[in-house]
Write a protein that binds this ligand. Structure first.
Ligand code: AMP
Length: 181
């Protein structure tokens, strides 16, 4: 990867100490999204390995995964599937519990959003412990999806999320990493 890409992306991500709780360094991508060049480069770089492949669906995790995932779906001529917090989707859903730093929550997708055998790329802005992406992977697997990859702009490698997804057989693509949490 060209270092200029890393520099562009790193310079466009805002770091906010002690948000939402003391001790957390929040990696804010709203500044990346608001920077036309950084947004375009992040999307182009995430889709690069899959250009020319037949990808059926992009599954985006609420809420920042919707923004990146919509742009990626457009670029790859794929459909978009929202994975949402429970109670938000209007039609019949499949649901899975997933682990958060403290406790568990549930996420859902429409039961007809992905057909068995469809090639799907999972998208979110950041992978930390991997609990959220693991939950989404379980939902997609339950639907019979063929998960080609999971893509994130930011990796927090010390929290082990990438390793967790790779252990499930899901290839992981990330663009920049921050050491620590
Ligand atoms: P995890 O399930 O631990 O991998 O957490 C990933 C989800 O939480 C993603 O949807 C991220 O947007 C959000 N998240 C976790 N840690 C951070 C962080 N330090 N800065 C920004 N977002 C985060």
């Amino acid at each position: 990867m060209k270092s200029s890409l890393q520099d562009t992306l790193l310079a466009s991500i805002r770091n906010i100490a002690d948000y939402p709780r003391p001790g957390i360094m929040f990696r804010d991508i709203t500044t990346l999204l608001g920077d036309a060049r950084a947004f375009r480069r992040a999307v182009d770089e995430l889709v690069h390995p899959y250009a020319g492949n037949k990808i059926d669906k992009i599954a985006g995790i609420e809420a920042r995964g919707f923004i990146l995932g919509g742009a990626i779906a457009h670029q790859l001529s794929a459909g978009f599937v929202p994975i949402r917090k429970k109670g938000k989707l209007p039609y019949e859903t499949v649901r899975v519990a997933y682990s958060l730093e403290y406790g568990v929550d549930e996420m859902e997708m429409h039961k007809d959003a992905v057909a068995p055998g469809e090639k799907v790329i999972l998208v979110d802005d950041l992978i930390a412990t991997g609990g959220t992406a693991e939950g989404a992977t379980k939902l997609l697997t339950q639907m019979g999806a063929d998960i080609i990859a999971a893509c994130f702009v930011i990796d927090l490698p010390d929290l082990g999320g990438r390793a967790k997804l790779e252990a499930l057989g899901v290839p992981v693509r990330t663009l920049v990493a921050f050491e620590g949490d």
